[in-house]
Design a protein around this ligand. Structure first.
Ligand code: FES
Length: 129
């Protein structure tokens, strides 16, 4: 089994790095680690659990900070996660801008993800909620 280090960052801190197996979701791993994150449907339809990809880390520990405001380019969520089912609460543009539904997302690399109310406020309501 492969696992990845996923750092969950909050604007108001603290940040936490958790180990996420490739067959579990980020939300499940966070809960296993005792981290409280918002969620509702756990099916990718309500958008409550949304986070945003901030950066990737390769095997050498080097970071890709492409999502930083200075570069003005977002990371595509597909760079870091695979989904167990269709993330219906997100548009294609939102996925391309790095938004991730943590309840159905399996990491495929070490990465940093912003979580918290600010991320939730950036995206609209789910068309399925
Ligand atoms: S909890 Fe509803 S989309 Fe993740």
């Amino acid at each position: 089994m492969t696992s990845y280090d996923v750092t969950l960052e909050r604007t108001d801190g603290p940040n936490r790095t958790i180990e996420v197996a490739d067959d579990e979701t980020v939300l499940d791993a966070a809960q296993r680690a005792g981290i409280r994150l918002p969620y509702d449907c756990r099916k990718g339809t309500c958008i409550t659990c949304v986070g945003r990809l901030l950066g990737l880390e390769d095997d050498s520990g080097e970071s890709d900070e492409s999502a930083d405001a200075e570069s003005n380019r977002s990371l595509d969520a597909a760079d870091a996660v695979a989904y167990r089912r269709e993330p219906r609460a997100l548009t294609d543009d939102e996925r391309a801008d790095g938004y991730v539904l943590l309840c159905i997302a399996h990491p495929r690399t070490d990465c940093r993800i912003e979580v918290g109310p600010r991320v939730r406020a950036e995206v609209g309501d789910s068309p399925w909620s």
